[in-house]
Design a protein around this ligand. Structure first.
Ligand SMILES: C[S@@+](CC[C@H](N)C(=O)[O-])C[C@H]1O[C@@H](n2cnc3c(N)ncnc32)[C@H](O)[C@@H]1O
Length: 491
């Protein structure tokens, strides 16, 4: 059933509660594909009718009506029966519209289906480009499987209004419903009424404008898609005298007023994904998204409720945000201090003991999607360190580790050339199109490189700290290269 929505200020779209198949017909479930569970309904235990122990439920498959032994009592037809949680649209500050819980939601509960037009990935790409040209800011295309996407731009359910958070209270899960894969939003935790729903978009960034993430989570990654490879290759470089990654060309905040209350926002790396969620479940296109000028102004988001039944001040963005009590603030300060101290120490070692002080060495030019990137990175000058060590064994140890590091780096680089065509050809589903054997080799090579780097750095630290240095007259610094001299911890 479709009906047009014209809620005040709400952009026009067609509201649907069933996916609309454009490039093919809805699959008809074959009789041999029907999975029948062995649940027996016991009137005393309502959960016996295809509850959490139902075999179909456990395999993320909905029971087929008229084939389920529990008949009309079957509880495992939530997508089919649109058993959504009560929710309400509201206007967020800075992130457009959002969806909030209009009742208490239990962890694991099905919240709503992400409905839209099911299109091929090729069509999704074309549409994304067209939306970019039209200047559409919000992205509604998610990936359904390797070859299809769901576009909720023109038609969709209320799930299209759920915003991204780096610390979400929901996640997407794929379910098999009568032979079709469908995407649902599920609660990751208990969600009190009045709280905004959010999930991690796992956003892939392939170019274009960067959208500042305004989720306000303490460990927010800063931008939508900041964790994706394309974004990282395009954006980050190792700063000169600072132990943190910094965003190239894009100031993290337009002004001091924009700086969110969390001190960690710009220094933290991305949080880990929950491995249970559907991988790469959303590859909302980003090429067309304009960088948001909107600001995160307060911890509790001001909400204009469409239905005045819920008082505006009862609405919160996330529990964590509104519950910034003293204890949490102290914890954050402790973490901040700990990181501060660690960074200070690392910074001291880097700048004083073995890192070049001369201009940044450009590591390499990496091409991604035909665009070249400046990857500047400080590198340890192992040769120079070795020259300053008095013990031959210590020198040799450092040189050996340096050699291993070079080898592992070049192995990884050549492997990247093997993987790159797959990535560039299939921008959206890059991981899906890299064969498992190559992916395994890639992981192995990455681990070897990391280990080699670790071995080299620890060898340098150990030897710099414990080995006597050569007489000044024997070192380069005597020849006027004082600027690059290696200072010793004992000095
Ligand atoms: C699926 S829509 C979500 C609903 C959207 N807010 C609306 O008004 O229709 C995704 C878009 O919402 C905005 N958005 C979602 N989460 C955001 C966040 N954490 N920070 C900034 N913008 C966000 C971005 O423009 C994104 O492309």
């Amino acid at each position: 059933m479709e009906k047009a929505q014209h809620t005040d200020g709400l952009p026009e779209y067609i509201h649907i509660q069933q996916n609309d198949f454009l490039h093919r017909k809805h699959k008809k479930q074959k009789e041999e594909d029907i999975a029948t569970c062995d649940c027996i309904y016991d009137v005393r235990y309502p959960d016996s009718a295809c509850g959490e122990r139902c075999f179909n439920f456990l395999t993320s498959t909905e029971c087929t009506p008229y084939c389920c032994p529990c008949g009309s009592f079957c509880k495992n037809q939530r997508f089919q029966k649109c058993e959504y949680a009560k929710s309400k649209l509201f206007k967020t500050e800075g992130r457009g519209w959002g969806l909030l819980a209009d009742e208490h939601i239990k962890a694991g509960q099905f919240v709503i289906e992400y409905c839209g037009e099911v299109i091929s990935c090729k069509e999704a790409k074309l549409r994304a480009q067209a939306y970019e040209k039209q200047g559409l800011v919000d992205a509604y295309i998610i990936s359904l499987n390797g070859s299809e996407s769901i576009d909720a731009t023109k038609k969709g359910s209320h799930a299209r209004f759920i915003n991204h958070s780096c610390q979400p209270n929901c996640e997407t899960r794929k379910w098999n419903v009568l032979g079709e894969v469908r995407v649902g939003i599920f609660a990751k935790q208990d969600i009190p009424a009045g709280t905004e729903f959010s999930y991690d978009y796992n956003f892939e960034w392939y170019g274009g404008a960067k959208v500042r993430c305004l989720c306000g989570a303490p460990f927010c990654s800063g931008f939508l898609g900041a964790k994706s490879r394309g974004f990282q290759e395009d954006t980050y470089l190792w700063e000169d005298d600072d132990d943190r990654y910094s965003v190239e060309n894009v100031p993290l905040y337009d002004s001091d007023e924009d700086v969110p209350t969390s001190k960690h926002l710009k220094t933290m790396e991305s949080i880990k994904f929950d491995s249970n969620i559907t991988e790469n479940h959303i590859s909302v296109k980003v090429d067309h998204i304009m960088e948001s000028e909107q600001h995160l102004q307060s911890k509790a988001f001001v909400v204009e409720s469409l239905n005045s039944a819920v008082p505006v001040d009862a609405v919160v963005m996330h529990e964590t945000k509104t519950e910034v009590n003293e204890e949490k603030t102290l914890q954050l300060q402790d973490i901040s201090q700990a990181f501060g101290q660690k960074n200070e120490m690392v910074s001291r070692i880097r700048s004083n003991y073995f890192v070049q002080t001369s201009p940044l060495k450009t590591k390499k030019q990496v091409s991604y999607n035909g665009r070249s990137k400046n990857h500047a990175q400080k590198e340890v000058d192992a040769k120079r360190v070795g020259q300053l060590l008095a013990s031959k064994e210590a020198q040799e140890e450092v040189y050996t580790y340096e050699e291993i590091k070079k080898q592992t780096t070049s192995e990884l680089d050549s492997l990247y050339n093997e993987v790159r065509p797959a990535i560039e050809e299939h921008e959206r589903d890059n991981q899906d199109n890299v064969s498992t054997s190559v992916a395994e080799r890639w992981i192995e090579a990455s681990c070897s490189k990391l280990k080699a780097e670790f071995d080299l750095y620890s060898s340098i630290i150990k030897n710099v700290a414990c080995t006597p240095r050569r007489a000044r007259s024997e070192t380069n610094s005597a020849k006027g290269d004082i600027e690059n001299d290696v200072k010793f911890l004992t000095n």
